[in-house]
Ligand binder design. Structure first.
Ligand SMILES: *[C@@H]1O[C@H](CO)[C@@H](O)[C@H](O)[C@H]1NC(C)=O
Ligand SMILES: *[C@@H]1O[C@H](CO)[C@@H](O)[C@H](O)[C@H]1NC(C)=O
Ligand SMILES: *[C@@H]1O[C@H](CO)[C@@H](O)[C@H](O)[C@H]1NC(C)=O
Ligand SMILES: *[C@@H]1O[C@H](CO)[C@@H](O)[C@H](O)[C@H]1NC(C)=O
Length: 409
């Protein structure tokens, strides 16, 4: 049966299933399907031959009794199948009848009939609010999250929300309370905001290790954010070359032949990539969670768009919209290879044909990892405009590339 293991702390929630058990359930499903069909066959053939009531006594009530028996059996098998399928997938949709589901969550998840009946365009008759299916696994936290006074102030619990997201409870349910406000002090006009200092007071530091941006400056928060709150050291990024794996923004933009206007940065640290792009009049959305630091607040204070979303979530963009996608080691989602494949296909989806995928200093922890990623990239058929695999001073191997998405027939 599907078990889910979650690792919290680096922005990803991972799923693992014990394959032996799944195969057993698969076999069980197969068995169930076969027996259901055998039963139906038996019921039909036995009655249509020797003692068929149709031929002998024309007893319609007998026939309909048998029929309804068969239908009931099929129906119950189908329900059993659906149940097994849920177990194989490792989740069930949230059961609103369970006792610890709070009234607000119930209200939010209630189906709402469309007032004018079936919508002719979509064919739907009711609207359902969305919430991550894995929220079921964190029902207690979710109930806590949904406990508040309606129309009053929300509890000061952004970190609870993030904790749920990291447990794959994404999207979170909406709430009917007012989020805490923190006055945004000394916000600067663009473009000065891109490199200006951000006031410590514009962030609620409760629950964070650091209590000021100065404290964050020396911290290694992730592979993409080594002291990334220190803008004086961030200034060199993308405009000065430190090694052969570093590409210059101008060089990459010129590869896009002047048609780079909007972009998406995966796990973009403190937003420096988007800041540099803003100076080139390119609008970049920076995907980030607040793991260990107020990334979202800081990025927003720079006048850049922070997207609070984990990498496990399908990107909320339509197909073929971005001119450019920038990603670094944040792309390194662990777990089964399929996980990275799902992510790469989603990135491919939102990138326009002819758009650029800039893989920037992707850390190859092993030769295997490098080969896997290279093989995967090659399967997408992108044109390699730049491709550099090199060791840096830390003797680790990094891959940098600029790839162009093909126009597929
Ligand atoms: C038809 O079958 C039912 C149930 O077996 C029985 O009660 C009924 O008497 C039968 N009717 C005829 C006309 O044979
Ligand atoms: C933030 O706080 C630190 C230490 O508390 C202080 O040294 C620094 O000047 C403050 N910075 C800003 C921009 O307010
Ligand atoms: C910050 O959050 C804590 C609780 O998490 C709260 O007590 C405090 O009042 C908040 N501070 C500000 C300035 O909003
Ligand atoms: C960006 O746009 C502004 C205003 O249209 C323009 O003055 C500036 O030259 C542009 N910068 C670049 C790098 O294209």
């Amino acid at each position: 049966m599907g078990s889910v293991s979650l690792k919290i702390g680096d922005g990803t929630a991972r799923f693992r299933r014990s394959t032996i058990c799944s195969s057993a359930v698969n076999l069980l499903m197969l068995f169930s399907v076969v027996t259901t069909n055998l039963f139906a066959l038996y019921a039909f053939s036995s009655h249509s031959q020797a003692d068929s009531p149709l031929h002998h006594s024309n007893n319609i009530s007998l026939v309909s009794q048998h029929l309804s028996l068969i239908l009931r059996e099929i129906d119950s098998s189908q329900r059993k199948l659906a149940q097994m399928e849920k177990q194989i997938l490792g989740y069930e949709s949230i059961d609103l009848s369970r006792p610890n589901i709070g009234p607000e969550l119930k209200l939010f998840l209630q189906r709402h009939q469309l007032p004018l009946g079936k919508d002719s365009r979509t064919g739907i008759t009711e609207m359902v609010s969305s919430v991550g299916h894995s929220c079921e696994k964190s029902a207690d936290l979710l109930s806590q999250y949904m406990s508040y006074k309606v129309f009053d102030r929300c509890p000061d619990d952004w970190s609870l929300g993030q904790k749920l997201i990291l447990r794959a409870c994404e999207p979170l349910p909406r709430r009917r309370c007012l989020a805490k406000t923190v006055p945004k002090q000394d916000l600067k006009q663009s473009p000065n905001s891109l490199w200006g200092t951000v006031s410590n007071k514009s962030v609620n530091w409760s629950g964070l290790g650091c209590k000021s941006f100065d404290c964050l400056k020396g911290k290694k928060l992730s592979r993409e954010c080594v002291g990334c709150f220190d803008l004086s050291s961030e200034k060199d990024k993308f405009v000065k070359v430190k090694g052969k794996n570093d590409f210059l923004i101008d060089d990459v933009l010129s590869l896009g032949s002047g048609k780079i206007r909007i972009g998406f940065d995966i796990s973009g640290g403190s937003g420096t990539f988007a800041a540099r792009m803003a100076e080139k009049n390119v609008t970049v959305i920076t995907n980030t969670l607040n793991n260990g630091a107020p990334f979202s607040e800081f990025i927003a204070a720079r006048g850049i768009f922070p997207l609070f979303l984990s990498l496990d979530h399908r990107f909320p963009f339509h197909d073929n919209v971005f001119d450019l996608i920038h990603a670094s080691s944040g792309l390194d989602v662990e777990g089964k290879p399929e996980k990275l494949e799902f992510l790469m296909f989603d990135l491919d989806r939102v990138l326009k044909p002819g758009g650029l995928f800039w893989l920037d200093n992707f850390y190859c922890a092993s030769d295997e990892k490098k080969k896997d990623l290279t093989r995967l990239i090659e399967r997408f058929g992108y044109k390699k405009l730049k491709w550099v695999i090199g060791e840096k001073s830390d003797a680790q191997v990094y891959l940098s590339a600029v790839l162009q998405k093909p126009v597929r027939a």
